[in-house]
Design a binder for this molecule. Structure first.
Ligand code: HEM
Length: 619
C-alpha cells in the first residue's frame, strides 16, 4: 500500500528529539480558530459555531502539566544485514530485559540494512533509566552487527507542537497524549489538505469530535499512530461526557444498515429496497459528513448571491409563496456506492457501502433556475458577461459543493430547492428546511441544509469538490505525490448502474427457474433501455422486463427503474452453485463493465461493474 511506502520514509527520517515547554495557552488559540470557523458558517442560526463553543469548553489543559521525565523510551536498532525473524528475536530479548513493548515497527530497508524501532517502557510504566537503556542496548547488540541507540521517548509541550505548522518546520499535531508529525501525510489526506491544515500545530481532538469518521471506523487511527513522534506533556483533560455535537441528531430507523453514527452513514437494506418505488423517508439512505444542524424553519434564511446576481435573502415562506411548487422524482446515489466490491481487490478509503447507498423520493420545492433568474437576476446575458461557470451550495453543516451553470439553469435540468420529500415536510435528517436536489448527479452535490447559493466563476472549495474525496483516479494511482488533484475534474453525472436485489447471495433455489429482481439507474437522466441477466457468466443472457419507472421521460429519467426476469436453470447447472449477474444499458447505449479490477481507484468511487450474486440450485 501507498501508505506503507510513505510510512517507511517517515520512519527512515526519524527526527526524534526532545524539548521542554510550558502548559499551552488556550486563551491564545481560541479566538483565532473560533473566528475562522464562524466566518465559514452561515447566518442566522448556524450550529457550527455552537459546536465549536461546546468543543472548546471541554478542551482544557491539565493544570500544571509540563514536560518532565519521559514516560517511555525509543530504541533504534540499526543492523547491517537484516534477516527473517530478527524482529521477533529482538522482541524476545527485550522481554527478557523486563521491559513492556508499546510498539514495534519494522523499518526502512536499504539493501540488506534495516532499522528496527521499539517503543518501550519500564515494568512500572515509566521511561527506562540511563543504566537500563545501556543494558538493553548491550543485549540487543549481541543479536546482529550494527548499532543500537536507546533514548528517552520525547515529550513535547503544546507550545512546542504549535511551532510546527509549516512544511519547512514540519507539520505536527497532537491527539490525546501523543504528538504526530503529519508533514508528508497532508497531501494524501482523504479529507483534503485545507481541512487537515486547520489543525496544524494544534490538537486534533476537537476536530475529530466533529469528524468522528476518523475514530468510528476505517484506518485513520492506525495511520495516525504510524506518525507518532512522541508524547504530549500537557494533554487536554478528559472532556465532559455531555459534550457531543451529535447529541441532537435525530432518532434513526433501526432497519438501516449503519456504517457510522457520528456522522451518520447508513444504507438502505436490500430487503426493503424494492418494497416501493419511492423509498419511505425513515429508511432512506443517510450520508452525512457532520452532525445534523438543528434549525427552526421560522429562522431559516437562504442567501442567493455571487457574480451576475443581485443578492437576495429568502425565508421558507418566500420560497413557498413566491414560486410555483414543482415536483421531481429522483434517485440519489452516493459516489461510493458498491465500494465494498472494490475493497475486495485492494482496500480503498471510505465507507464500505454495499449497493444500498441509493434511494428514491418525490421531491417538492422550487426550481433553482427560477429563483436564480427571476429573483436574483441571473439572466443568460449576465452569465456570459460575468463569466459565471458554477453555482455553489453552502450547507449549514459546513458542506460545500457546486454544479456547472449549464445544469443549474437548464430548463430540462430540474434542479430543485426542495422543502418536501415524498409529500411530507423535508425531515431534518435529509436537509430541512431546504436542500438542493440535482437530479442525475452524484449524491454529494445535493447539498442538505442549504444556507447560501453563490453564482461563481470558480468551483466550490473544499475536499468534496476540489479535493480528492470525489475524484476518480486510474487503478495505477496508489499515492498522490506529484498529482495535482485540483486539476482532475470532480464527479458529476454517474455511470449506468444496476444490481440484483433478489435472490440474495447464498440463497438456495429449488425451482427450474431463478426469479431475479433488481433496479437500474443511470446518471444525467439517461433512461434504462434494457437489463440483461445471465447465470452462465455471460455466455447467454435473458432480457429482463422493466417495471416501475420504465415510463419516465427518456432523457429526464431521474429515478431508478425496477426490473425482473425469470431465468431457466439449464440441466448442466441443476444441483450446482452458480452466479446470477446483471448489467443495464442506458439511453446513451452505455453499459456496465464486466469486471471490477479495471475500475479500482484510490477512493473507491463509481463501482458499476456487472453485479454478481452467487447462489445454489437444489434438485
Ligand atoms: C491528522 C491526522 C488525520 C488523519 C490520519 C486523517 C485521516 C483520514 C482518513 C483515513 C479519512 C477517510 C475516512 C473515510 O471516509 O473512511 C479522512 C477523511 C476526512 N478527514 Fe481526516 N485525518 C486527519 C485529520 C483531519 C483533521 C484535523 C480534519 C478536520 C479539520 C479532518 C477532516 C476530514 C474530513 C472532512 C474527511 C472527509 C470525511 C467525509 O467525506 O465524510 N481530518 N481523514
Amino acid at each position: 500500500m501507498a501508505y506503507a511506502r510513505w510510512l517507511a520514509g517517515r520512519i527512515a527520517r526519524g527526527g526524534w528529539g526532545s524539548s521542554g515547554g510550558s502548559a499551552r495557552s488556550l486563551a491564545r488559540l481560541r479566538p483565532r480558530w473560533h473566528a475562522r470557523a464562524c466566518a465559514a458558517a452561515l447566518p442566522p442560526a448556524i450550529l457550527a459555531c455552537q459546536y465549536l463553543d461546546r468543543r472548546w469548553s471541554s478542551c482544557e489543559t491539565s493544570a500544571g502539566a509540563g514536560s518532565g521525565s519521559s514516560s517511555s523510551s525509543i530504541i533504534r536498532f540499526r543492523v547491517d544485514v537484516d534477516r527473517p525473524g530478527l524482529l521477533s528475536e529482538a522482541t524476545e530479548v527485550l522481554k527478557k530485559q523486563e521491559v513492556n513493548i508499546r510498539d514495534a515497527r519494522i523499518s526502512t530497508k536499504q539493501g540488506t540494512k534495516a532499522t528496527h524501532i521499539y517503543l518501550v517502557e519500564d515494568r512500572n510504566g515509566g521511561g527506562l533509566s540511563e543504566d537500563r537503556l545501556a543494558q538493553v542496548r548491550g543485549a540487543l547488540g549481541q543479536l546482529a552487527e550494527g548499532s543500537c541507540e536507546a533514548a528517552p521517548w520525547p515529550r513535547y509541550s503544546s507550545e512546542e507542537v504549535l511551532k510546527h505548522q509549516t512544511a519547512e518546520n514540519g507539520i505536527w499535531v497532537s491527539y490525546k497524549d501523543g504528538v504526530y508529525d503529519i508533514t508528508d501525510f497532508v497531501q494524501n489526506h482523504p479529507g483534503g489538505k485545507d481541512k487537515i491544515m486547520l489543525a496544524a500545530g494544534k490538537a486534533i481532538d476537537p476536530f475529530w469530535r466533529i469528524y468522528q469518521q476518523h475514530t468510528g471506523r476505517g484506518n485513520a487511527l492506525e495511520l495516525l499512530e504510524s506518525m507518532r513522534i512522541g508524547d504530549l506533556s500537557d494533554p487536554p483533560a478528559a472532556r465532559a461526557s455531555c459534550d457531543c455535537p451529535y447529541d441532537s441528531d435525530p432518532e434513526r430507523h433501526p432497519g438501516l444498515i449503519f456504517h457510522n453514527n457520528k456522522p451518520c452513514n447508513a444504507e438502505l437494506p436490500s430487503e426493503l429496497m424494492m418494497d416501493s418505488w419511492l423509498t419511505p423517508n425513515p429508511v432512506w439512505f443517510i450520508r452525512h459528513h457532520h452532525p445534523v444542524p438543528v434549525m427552526d424553519p421560522e429562522d431559516y434564511r437562504l442567501c442567493i448571491e455571487g457574480v451576475g446576481t443581485k443578492a437576495v435573502t429568502l425565508c421558507l415562506e418566500d420560497l413557498k409563496k413566491r414560486f410555483l411548487k414543482r415536483e421531481v422524482c429522483a434517485t440519489l446515489q452516493c459516489g461510493g456506492n458498491r465500494r465494498s466490491e472494490l475493497d475486495q481487490i485492494e482496500k480503498t478509503s471510505g465507507i464500505p457501502w454495499g449497493f444500498g447507498a441509493m434511494s428514491t423520493a418525490r421531491w417538492g420545492g422550487v426550481y433553482l433556475r427560477e429563483v436564480l433568474q427571476h429573483c436574483a437576476g441571473l439572466s443568460h446575458e449576465n452569465v456570459e458577461a460575468f463569466d459565471v461557470k458554477h453555482v455553489i451550495f453552502k450547507g449549514m453543516d459546513g458542506m460545500e459543493a457546486s454544479i456547472p451553470i449549464e445544469k443549474a439553469l437548464s430548463p430540462y435540468g430540474d434542479v430543485l430547492l426542495a422543502y418536501e420529500m415524498n409529500g411530507e415536510a423535508l425531515p431534518s435528517e435529509h436537509g430541512a428546511p431546504v436542500r438542493v436536489i440535482v437530479p442525475g448527479v452524484v449524491g454529494v452535490r445535493n447539498v442538505k441544509w442549504v444556507g447560501r447559493v453563490v453564482a461563481s466563476t470558480e468551483e466550490a472549495e473544499g475536499p468534496w469538490q476540489r479535493g480528492l474525496a470525489y475524484k476518480g483516479f486510474s487503478p495505477m494511482v496508489k499515492e498522490l505525490q506529484g498529482i495535482d488533484v485540483e486539476k482532475i475534474p470532480s464527479m458529476h453525472e454517474l455511470p449506468v448502474q444496476s444490481a440484483i436485489v433478489s435472490p440474495k447471495a447464498g440463497s438456495i433455489i429449488e425451482l427450474d427457474d431463478v426469479e431475479v429482481k433488481g433496479f437500474a439507474w443511470s446518471g444525467g437522466g439517461r433512461g434504462i433501455v434494457r437489463v440483461d441477466v445471465s447465470i452462465d457468466e455471460g455466455k447467454t443472457w435473458v432480457t429482463a422486463e422493466l417495471t416501475n419507472g420504465k415510463d419516465q421521460d427518456y432523457n429526464r429519467a431521474w429515478a431508478w427503474t425496477f426490473w425482473e426476469a425469470s431465468v431457466p436453470v439449464p440441466e448442466e447447472l441443476q444441483g450446482k452453485e452458480f452466479t446470477v449477474l446483471c448489467r443495464a444499458v442506458d439511453a446513451a447505449y452505455s453499459t456496465q463493465p464486466e469486471r471490477p479490477e479495471p475500475l479500482w481507484n484510490l477512493r473507491g468511487l463509481n463501482c458499476n461493474c456487472w453485479h454478481r450474486v452467487p447462489i445454489r440450485h437444489q434438485e
